[in-house]
Each structure stands twice: as C-alpha cells, then as structure tokens.
Design a protein around this ligand. Sequence first.
Ligand code: FBP
Ligand code: MG
Ligand code: MG
Length: 332
Amino acid sequence: MITLGEFIVQKQADFPEATGELTGLLSAIRLAAKVVNREVNKAGLADITGSVGDTNIQGEDQQKLDVYANEKFKAALEARGEVCGMASEEEDDYVVFDSEVNHDAKYVVLIDPLDGSSNIDVNVSIGTIFSIYKRVSPRGTPVTLEDFLQPGKQQVAAGYVIYGSSTVLVYSTGHGVHGFTYDPSLGVFALSHEDIRTPEDGVIYSINEGNYIKFPDGVKMFIKYCQEEDDSTDRPYTARYIGSLVADFHRNLLKGGIYLYPSTMKNPNGKLRLLYECNPIAYLVEQAGGRASDGYQRILDIKPTELHQRTPFFVGSTNMVKTVEALILEFG
Ligand SMILES: O=P(O)(O)OC[C@H]1O[C@](O)(COP(=O)(O)O)[C@@H](O)[C@@H]1O
Ligand SMILES: [Mg+2]
Ligand SMILES: [Mg+2]
C-alpha cells in the first residue's frame, strides 16, 4: 500500500528543483479533506444538514456543509506557510492570508469547498474541487486579484475529493492523474487509481435534460445524436446525471463519457464557475487524455476577468466533446 503522503514525497524526488512547498500544500488539503469527510459521513446525524439561512455571492442558498467545508479548508491552508491567499465559491472576495509568513508564500488556491450542494441532505455523492497556481505578484507582499485571474493552463496542480460510497482524492501536478481511496480504519488515503487515462470514446452522457427547451440547437442535436440507434457507434448512449459535477465527472473519467452544462436562455454563460469548477476539472481531464471546452474554445485558454465568472462546460472523452463542438459550430 502506498499512501498519498508517501506518493507525493516520491513524486517530489523526480524534481531536483522542488522545494517541498507544493508537497506541504497538498498535505494541508489532505488533512482538511479528512475532517470534512468525517462530517459528511455523519451528515444525517450531526446538525450539519440544511441551510445557514444566508446566500453566497452567486445568490445560492448556503448550506451548513458549504460553510463548514470552506472554514476547514481555509484554516488548513492558512496554517501553512505555502499559501498566500484563497478564492472560494463561498467567499464574496478573495481572502488574503495576512501574516508575514503567508505574504512570503508561493501559491494561491481556488476552491469549491462543497460541490453538489443540492445533494447534501439526500445522501448522494458530493465533493470538493481545488486549483493551485504560483502567484504572479512579488513574494513578501499581500496577494492580489491578478494572482487568481490566471488562465487555467497556468495551474501547477488541481484535484477533487469525492465523498461517496467511498471517499477518493484525485489530483494531478501535471504528471498524470492519480486517485487515492480513503481507508477510515487507518485514517489514510491509499493509492487505488494510478495514472488514470480516460477513453477517447464513451457511451455515457450527463446533462440536466430538464433544461432541454432552453438549450442551444447544437446541444439539442447532440442529445438527439446520443439517443439515435446505431450499433457501429454503440448508440444509443446511456444517460447518467447525479447533479454533482465531481461525481458525474469521476464516473465519466473512469468509464468514458461526457458531462455537459451548456448555456441556457436564462444563464447565457451556463451555471458552472470557471475558476474553481471548470479549470481544475479541465486540467485533470487533459492530463488523463480527454478534452474540455466551452463549446468553442479550450477552457484552459480562457483568460478570466472575474472571480466568480461562469462558463458553458463540455468535458470528457475527446471524440464525444469534439462531436458536440462540431454540432454547436454548425447549429449554434
Ligand atoms: O441542478 P443543476 O442545474 O443540474 O446543477 C447541478 C450542478 O450544479 C452544481 O451543484 C454546482 O456546484 P455547487 O453545488 O458547488 O454550487 C454542480 O455540482 C452540478 O453539476
Ligand atoms: Mg460546485
Ligand atoms: Mg460548491
């Protein structure tokens, strides 16, 4: 058995110039994930379900577990000297870690502390998504907005934790995608999925068809394409939609498939947030041999302008994403 801690240190040895700061940061995420996992597992028992009666900057009803997870990850990251600031779905503005040690830190973290909030109270898989960049502002000074508005291709690491039938942490530092399953009896994440590769083709499509009439024509055409009979292309495909991005993506990453959250008339930019949902997931899928776009351009090439900006999102098996892109190009 190789634990996550051992694996990270082993991988660090591959880079003579490594300082150990990224290793330290990843261990902070590992610790916070264990703490959140403990609460998630007893969500029905503990007073951790339901709303806090407040909304976040997205106008969403903040769940107690959204706030709890945000506090735990923030505390774990601030306690370390590698992170100078954090941006989060649950924080209106970016958070400056304001000690001298943090001012001198090298990295910024962007996070969706609890993904799939609508599934918290009904015992359906939820997750945490994280994205890591080197700062662009000078060390020794407080972090700036520019440190967070970097294109996704600048990420130095990204990952997610899925709190499901088992808890799995999946991450990449640009050298493959690796998954670790939590063993509660030992309190460690153990290597379970080394060097994940996603199939070029899949037979699963994940989209909230409840919004069908509001979708662009190209997306409607793609749904029709998925449902047509054609043995040579293994169609009709299977529809699977959990309503937690992390859970839908994790399944499709392992089995092959596509997750789609298009623009709608109501949300011309879609629903998902570029910086702490789409960029980290796009970084992982590309590392695993897949593809991610907004229908027109590569997600990782988008230059962000706002912390909480949204984008249409098409991610998964390369040939499936290329098919929907071609239909969007043709039918809009
Ligand atoms: O209910 P909808 O509109 O299908 O949206 C579901 C999507 O929204 C999300 O819940 C948004 O994430 P948060 O729960 O972190 O806000 C995704 O996980 C999920 O894929
Ligand atoms: Mg989310
Ligand atoms: Mg969230």
